[in-house]
Design a binder for this molecule. Sequence first.
Ligand SMILES: Cc1ncc(COP(=O)(O)O)c(C=O)c1O
Length: 428
Amino acid sequence: MIEELKVKESMNIKFENFVDTLAGEDLLDKTQRVNKVLESGVMTGNEALGMVTMNKVQPYSQIKEKDGKIHPVIMLGSNSYLNLSTHPKVMQGAQEALERFGYGMGAVSNYAGITDIHKELEKRIADFYGTEDSIVFASGYGANVGIISALCGKNDVIINDSANHASIFDGCLLSGAEVKIYPHRNMKYLEKILSKIPDYKTGRLIITDGVFSMDGDIAPLNEITKLAKKYKARVMVDDAHGLGVVGKTGRGSSQHCNTERLIDLNVGMLSKAPGGLGGYCAASKEVIQYLRLYARSYFFSTALPASVAGGLNETFKLFETDSAGREQLWINIEYLKRKLVQNGFDIGHSQSAIIPVMIYNEPVLFEMYDRLRKLGVYVNIVTYPAVRRKECRLRLCVMKDLTFEQIDKAVEIMTDLAKEFGVINNLV
Ligand SMILES: Cc1ncc(COP(=O)(O)O)c(C=O)c1O
């Protein structure tokens, strides 16, 4: 099969074709099939996943290729948009907590895994959203899975934007609730779904990313909250990529859409702009108390290290006064977007630090991604299962500390390659 593919020079390997256990096969045989594809020389887009980063998150980075070669890249693939993971005050906060509590918590939060540093973080997050309380999970993925599966069950309906993050869909699956999906940002379709839910399906939850992780656009929270009111649904927003970046003072998608206080479950990740690790939910005190007992990824998983919580307390101090450098980040975002559009790239409808560069052709995507990295530009490669194959793209993430020279250089390299591959507007 592999040989056949090589002969055809097909680069469009569908990994899902290799992962079923065939009749009579050993469970682990599928791992060999996938590895054979990877070793066959046929490009799959997975070759350059898992490169090793050799320094702190910064715009000019060193990465180690799989053959051991280390080379510099302009970093357009990090979610540390505000460079807070290396901010001196944040690092100092982390170091002080490390000294006090050591490097691991050794227990789940409900036992001995929580400190006054964690409690301070939960209070800061609740104050940031103006809610009664918040809960911090050790991972963002775990936050979504835990929150959704704790709150929703077989008698409930969850309605999702089709572009929601994988962790949301995994939480939905685990919950056992009925799951509905509306096309990305399509409010007519959302209303159609809501209007058809039978009365006996009492619990209704609309879930949306605030800023969509693969498109960089913002959910229409205004309309979503209106529809939620009309059809008696609750609203959960995962603002992983909105926190600290969008909104007048960086309070995220809800601030951008003027829907603060209308969201029932303000979920976010501490791993993107905050530069740390973890996820949270800010909500009423009853909801948070319930989650502390029923969110299994909280109850049955060791707490976030105090050092990370200590660093995050400093990031929230910076967020509270909007002094984390958001203005400079936006100068860079606008600059990069302008350059890309001027040079003929299709960048979708980004409204955040995530800028998709649409390629629409997987073999070209794989080649471009590989060549770009070797030429010194690190971007993310995005295709199935993160998005539909025909909507495959490169994803650029902007950081506050990037210089205009670095942005110019990256766009110049991208443009030369895009011309070679014929993926930019012909007028350029
Ligand atoms: C929208 C969204 N939600 C949740 C997550 C999961 O967060 P974490 O990486 O902190 O586990 C991510 C990150 O990949 C994300 O982009």
